[in-house]
Every structure is written in structure tokens, then in C-alpha cells.
Write a protein that binds this ligand. Structure first.
Ligand code: GSH
Length: 209
């Protein structure tokens, strides 16, 4: 298999992809960056991703950015892990819908809310209005255990990460449906491993004293 290089800054959006790798259990070469030290704006990394943001992966000569796209790509590349809904399956459309909904609607609503941005007219907004997004996500996760029912997919990695971050930073409300869903996600050994590894990596990159 062609080597996958993972350009990763711990405790950032690239934790989403880190969790994905833990779920997949596939090998990769870690290229660790410190956002605090500005590694992501250095020429070596700008040659990989000219936007200077993480995450990114490089595989088979192609660099892929955007956490959700990377997770979707990896889920398709490694079908044995069953983190994607295969083409030809009716649920595939729902799977893609949640993968796209998270960055384009949930995350945007979260960032607007967290920064107290005045709402734009709902017809122009990609997500409509904040309360509708909250109700939509609550409805989607309330029965569970996952977005697509019994199957855990990369859409849970993407949307669950956003939800977890938003609640932690108080940019999203604590709703019982969110709490129950996050409890199910944080019980996953892959997420627990990812969190522990990212804490250790962050400490290694940012020694104190
Ligand atoms: N839309 C991108 C956003 C990536 C992004 O904004 N990453 C942040 C880390 S959380 C970053 O690299 N920030 C550094 C900067 O912009 O200087 C994705 O979902 O992957």
C-alpha cells in the first residue's frame, strides 16, 4: 500500500482525522505540526497545503485537505472497516448528507454563535437559523446509536467531533440528545486512544518550564 502522510496539529480540527485513523487502524506517517509555533505557515508545509491549514493527508501523490473530505476518502479507501456506506446502498445518500451537513451547516452555525455574529437572513445563510440546526441534529442523533442507526460511520466522526468541540467551548448548547450521543461516541476505544495520543503529542510539541 502506498504510504499515507498525515499532516496533523494535535488539539485542532485535525483531531477529527486522527480519530478516523484510530477507528481504521491503518498505518500512516505522522507529520506533526504546532500551530502555536506557526509550523503550518512555514514554507515546507505551505508547499503541501498553500492555505496553511490542517488537517491534510498525502496519499498516492495527491494531497487532500478538508477534514470531512479526508474522512470520506479514508472510509472509501479502507472498506473493510465499514466506516462508509457503499455506493449502491440506499443509505449512502444519508451518509453523504451528514458528512456535508457537519462542516457546511453545524460548524458554520457553531462558529457564528460562538462569536456572537449577527444572523444573516436565513435565505442567504447556508444553514438557515441556529435553532433549526440544533433541532435537526438533535433529531438525527436521538434514536442512535449513531447517525445511520446501528452503523457507526465516518459521518459520526465528523459530526460528533464538531458537536463535542462546540459543547466544550459553549458555542453549542448542552442538549440531552447531544449528551447521550456523545456518551456513546466517547465510549469508543478509538476515540479514547486518539484523545490520549493527542494530549501526549501536544505536550511533546509544547514542553513547559
Ligand atoms: N475547513 C477546514 C478548516 C481547517 C482549519 O481551519 N484548521 C485550523 C485548525 S482547527 C487551522 O489550520 N488553523 C490555522 C490557521 O488558519 O492559521 C477543515 O474542515 O479541514
Amino acid at each position: 500500500m502506498d504510504k499515507i502522510v498525515f499532516h496533523h496539529a494535535p488539539m485542532s480540527r485535525s483531531n477529527i482525522v486522527h480519530w478516523m485513523f484510530e477507528e481504521l487502524g491503518v498505518p500512516y506517517e505522522l507529520h506533526a505540526l504546532s500551530l502555536d509555533k506557526g509550523d503550518h505557515k512555514k514554507p515546507e508545509y505551505l508547499a503541501v497545503n498553500p492555505v496553511g491549514k490542517v488537517p491534510a493527508i498525502t496519499h498516492q501523490g495527491v494531497t487532500i485537505t478538508e477534514a470531512a473530505a479526508i474522512c470520506a476518502y479514508l472510509a472509501d479507501e479502507f472498506p473493510a472497516a465499514k466506516l462508509a456506506v457503499p455506493v449502491g446502498t440506499p443509505q449512502r445518500g444519508l451518509y453523504l448528507k451528514w458528512l456535508f451537513y457537519s462542516p457546511s451547516c453545524l460548524e458554520t452555525a457553531m462558529i457564528d454563535n460562538g462569536n456572537n455574529r449577527p444572523p444573516v437572513p436565513p435565505r442567504q445563510s447556508s444553514y438557515g437559523d441556529f435553532d433549526t440546526v440544533m433541532d435537526t441534529v438533535a433529531q438525527a442523533v436521538k434514536d442512535g446509536p449513531y447517525l445511520l442507526g446501528p452503523q457507526f460511520t465516518s459521518a459520526d466522526v465528523v459530526l460528533g467531533s464538531c458537536l463535542q468541540y462546540g459543547i466544550l467551548t459553549k458555542a453549542l448548547p448542552e442538549r440531552p440528545e447531544f449528551a447521550a450521543y456523545l456518551k456513546r461516541l466517547t465510549a469508543r476505544p478509538a476515540l479514547q486512544r486518539s484523545f490520549a495520543k493527542n494530549q501526549a503529542l501536544f505536550a511533546e510539541l509544547h514542553p513547559t518550564g
